[in-house]
Design a protein around this ligand. Structure first.
Ligand code: 4AD
Ligand code: MG
Length: 431
């Protein structure tokens, strides 16, 4: 007899097969027992009929509870009422474990309760869909980069220096070497990689001691940093745009069912797969002020500004050429305006906010040094980074995608915490 996955059920109509999984739900009515069965790949209704199974086996199957683990043998058939769906006509039930009274039920649970039961919550249909979208987004990003000449280059997580300023650093004692920090972004290390491989990317967890308790912030999240030699600011945005559009198309093509489960408006995603808008920070501020925001010309955009700026836009918007004092030290100065840097933020539509931060990098040794000095940075910890500007410096650019921000947008969920298996936030480290 063949062991199969529920997703492949249509290929086995009329043949006896075995399915291994869990009970999502169960109800009995007279001589019939209906088991909503799932195996990770999909769900199916399994129907046991007492006269066919025999009294004893039927009574044994009736003991099954929510989330019990079970192996079902039976014959797949077309669903009696729903076209395009299948059911399993059960011939035998092998119980592996009868689950205790399952804490997550159909009734509404508060977010705190669910987050404290995250290890179980992950099995619910909506979380299953989100985990699968996460897998697909991850896959699509890597696929695009691999197909466009980027090599994977793994940046370290324990570092002697900060990448994105010192206010959100997680610090630890590193043996006799003094303080070390958990990486906020692998970017600086990627800049070494391009001098060897030309185009590189990393993909892994990064850490920010963010005090902000918003629906867009995690303290541990996944970032894909990409970096490319001989790529300048405008081409850097082109790469980001093509990559994000590839992700949208892949998610639409591979996650149709998952998007339905999440009730995601697919037409909004389809509409976002079109040329992105670009505006300077100056233009963005002017536009926001005309819409009532009190943002100033040297201010970062707040969450409300990010929503306002994309209002009425179906596509993401790049905000480029930022005042240097509100951007990181490594961004290249704008040759046309010494107060600006060639950085860009990509803001997703529908209020999902910033999903990418990127820039052309300062490749001139003296310029970089003076910027670092102006920011009172510990130059010794960054000698290696400065070295890159001494030995064959080239124009180069890169960007970092916040994986969970991108998944939040693709899936349309309200809070970022559902897009990662175990969210880490200021008030939560369990489980
Ligand atoms: O804009 P950020 O800070 O840029 C960098 O770290 C650059 N070094 C990247 C690079 O050029 N290689 O972070 C990049 C992205 C943001 O646009 C956002 O999507 C996400 O990371 N992000 C967060 N996601 C979840 N929780 C947080 N606390 C985040 N902070 C940033
Ligand atoms: Mg940013």
């Amino acid at each position: 007899m063949q062991d199969i996955f529920v997703k492949d059920i249509a290929q086995y109509l009329g043949q006896e097969v075995r399915l291994k999984g869990w009970v999502r739900n169960i109800r009995s009515s007279g001589k019939l027992l209906f088991i909503i069965f799932r195996d990770g790949s999909a769900e199916i209704q399994a129907v046991a009929f007492k006269p066919e199974m025999g009294e004893q086996a039927f009574e044994e199957a009736k003991r099954l509870t929510l989330e019990s683990s079970v192996i079902l043998t039976g014959v797949p058939q077309k669903h009696q009422k729903k076209t395009g769906e299948y059911e399993l006509s059960v011939s035998s039930v092998q119980v592996l474990q009868i689950a205790e009274n399952y804490p997550i039920s159909k009734k509404e649970h508060g977010p705190d309760f669910l987050l404290s039961h995250r290890h179980l919550w992950l099995r619910s249909t909506k979380q299953w869909a989100l985990l699968r979208i996460r897998h697909t987004v991850y896959y699509a990003i890597c696929e695009y980069l691999n197909d466009h000449g980027f090599f994977r280059f793994d940046s370290p997580i324990l570092t002697p220096n900060a990448c994105e300023g010192t206010t959100t650093l997680f610090e630890l004692e590193y043996f006799d070497e003094g303080k070390a920090y958990l990486s906020q972004s692998g970017q600086l290390y990627l800049e070494t990689g391009i001098m060897s491989l030309g185009r590189v990317y990393d993909f892994g967890p990064v850490f920010r001691a963010e005090r902000s308790k918003t629906r867009k912030h995690l303290t541990e999240f996944w970032m894909m940093d990409a970096e490319a030699a001989y790529v300048e600011h405008t081409e850097n945005m082109d790469i980001q745009e093509n990559l994000i559009r590839h992700v949208i198309r892949t998610v639409l093509a591979k996650c149709d069912k998952e998007l339905d489960i999440l009730e995601r408006d697919k037409s909004a995603l389809q509409a976002a797969d079109a040329p992105f808008k670009r505006m300077t920070h100056y233009e963005a501020v002017e536009h926001l002020r005309s819409k009532g925001s009190e943002i100033g010309h040297n201010d970062d955009l707040g969450a409300a500004d990010e929503t306002l700026i994309t209002e009425g836009s179906q596509v993401p918007i790049f905000i480029e050429k930022w005042p240097k004092q509100i951007k990181a030290f490594y961004m290249k100065r704008d040759p046309d305006d010494d107060n600006l840097v060639l950085g860009s933020d990509l803001i997703a539509p529908e209020g999902f906010g910033e999903i990418i931060g990127g820039s052309q990098r300062e490749d001139d040794y003296d310029q970089l040094l003076s910027r670092m000095q102006a920011e009172n940075m510990d130059l010794e910890a960054y000698q290696w980074f400065l070295d890159l500007r001494k030995y064959g410096s080239v124009p180069h650019s890169g960007f970092g995608i916040g994986l969970e921000r991108l998944i939040t947008w693709m899936s349309g969920v309200h809070h970022i915490r559902e897009t990662i298996p175990f969210p880490r936030m200021i008030y939560r480290i369990y489980p």
